[in-house]
Design a protein around this ligand. Structure first.
Ligand code: G6P
Ligand code: MN
Length: 442
């Protein structure tokens, strides 16, 4: 491990409140994924600036040999780098707020990645991601783009459609990783020892088996537990109420369909009405994230202003998002073929499902990117759900590429959380009105 080649990385979207913790994870793993330079890039210098002093101080203290650059210049960010860790949020919290609140006006789910909110966010992300890939590739074919920009399902499918030959874009989601951590806690088995079998689309999938490294399957035990207990995330003490609510309905889902364990995001498609009834249209997840995580991170970072040492300043890390990002980069950089739940083109992994869809399955990551394990045929119920959802994703991407209003309306009507074309049209028109800066249809 001592002789591992050092890399340069760019953190795109360095104004994200998740970045200081990502820096902590990079430091924790500096022997495993050694760096010579970190480029922090954001178009919003003010927001990135709130964390700059902290990011610089923590690196100066624990990793002084790493060169640190902060920039708002796209060329400087992308012209000479090995890995881009990308988590843009186009339109920031202001647009996330519309994504979550406007659907609630029509009794539709208000969530940033599922339902109409995910459509709206997807249209914004596709434009910015297209621009970034074009810029990066104008400099190098080799730079790895590790994309965490949401909604990952739509971004991943869109990038495949727009850059079909690009083999160095890897789309990521930490939710399966996070759920496995929670399963490990329930089963009292270290997460490193658990291997899942899983299939679906991003934020739309199911666990079907859960082996330990000795080959024992703990799935039935876990399912029985979840049928009779509330499901809590592994870090429940640190999570806000709305986040815990998203876990509770795993239990409810299993009262109806107990073959597989669903990802938490499936609740929006199965129980939309009761979720809408419980939502507060004046205070959604974006407000809560701002008042909790973002506030805490900004306060911690403010402690570093004008300081030379970390005395009395906590070092932030994140055991899900940051850890996953660095572990994935490490697995690519040194061709480790470590196992993750990955997003890949189906291409027969699920033989009775669309070959071009981006599916989420267990697999490995190495120097050629992600490779999914063969899963096998899926049952009619799941196939029906996934075909519907994939058609929604595909029409969203095509609507973006062709600027097609008709396809946007078809996409939203297909979405299980919408169904009614009148509501689909109403929410589409509302989103168009607030999104003119980002996208338009004709
Ligand atoms: C999970 C999902 C991500 C999503 C995040 C939202 O990690 O996998 O796709 O972005 O949750 O978290 P937040 O705290 O911002 O609501
Ligand atoms: Mn995700």
């Amino acid at each position: 491990m001592m002789n591992r080649k050092k890399h340069t990385i760019t953190i795109a979207g360095a104004g994200s409140a998740r970045v200081p913790a990502l820096v902590g994870n990079l430091i924790e793993m500096k022997e495993r994924f050694p760096l010579n330079k970190i480029i922090f890039y954001d178009i919003d210098n003010e927001r990135m600036g709130k964390m700059e002093a902290y990011d610089r101080l923590v690196l100066k203290t624990f990793w002084p040999e790493v060169e640190v650059i902060f920039t708002t210049d796209m060329d400087e960010a992308y012209s000479d780098t090995d890995f881009i860790f990308c988590q843009m949020r186009v339109g920031k919290g202001e647009m996330r707020s519309y994504d979550e609140k406007l659907p609630l006006k029509y009794g539709l789910v208000g969530q940033e990645t599922c339902g109409p909110g995910g459509f709206s966010y997807g249209m914004r992300s596709l434009g910015a991601m297209k621009e970034m890939v074009e810029k990066v590739r104008s400099y190098s074919k080799d730079t790895w783009i590790l994309n965490y920009t949401n909604p990952a399902a739509i971004v991943a499918y869109g990038l495949q459609r727009m850059f079909p030959d690009d083999k160095r874009i890897l789309n990521l989601c930490d939710q399966p990783f996070s759920l496995m951590k929670s399963f490990a806690k329930i089963l009292d088995i270290p997460q490193e020892k658990l291997r899942a079998r899983y299939f679906g689309l991003n934020h739309f999938g199911w666990f079907t088996d859960l082996f330990d490294t000795d080959g024992v399957n703990h799935f039935d035990q876990l399912r029985d537990y979840l049928k009779h207990h509330d499901f809590k995330p592994f870090n429940a003490e640190q999570r806000a109420k709305s986040w815990l609510d998203t876990y509770v309905r795993v239990n409810k889902y299993l009262q109806y369909f107990d073959e597989y364990i669903p990802t938490t995001y499936l609740q929006y498609y199965f129980f939309p009405d009761e979720i809408v009834a419980e939502s507060n249209p004046d205070y959604t997840r974006v407000d809560e994230a701002r008042d909790t995580r973002e506030k805490e991170v900004f306060e911690t970072c403010a402690l570093a202003e004008g300081k030379d040492t970390m005395d009395g300043i906590p070092m932030l890390t994140n055991q899900v998002f940051g850890k996953l990002m660095v572990e994935v980069a490490e697995s690519i950089a040194y061709d480790l073929h470590n196992e993750f739940i990955v997003l890949v083109q189906n291409n027969g992994l699920i033989p009775n499902f669309e070959p071009n869809a981006i599916v989420e399955v267990a697999g490995t990551i190495g120097k050629n990117g992600a490779q999914g394990y063969y899963f096998g045929e899926i049952g009619t119920f799941y196939k029906g759900l996934m075909e519907n959802q994939y058609s929604y994703e595909r029409l969203t991407v095509e609507s973006f590429m062709e600027k097609s209003y008709t396809k946007a309306l078809q996409a939203l009507t297909l979405n299980r959380t919408v169904i009614d074309p009148q509501k689909a049209k109403a929410i589409l028109d509302d989103f168009q009105a607030v999104s003119r800066k980002y996208w338009s249809l004709s």
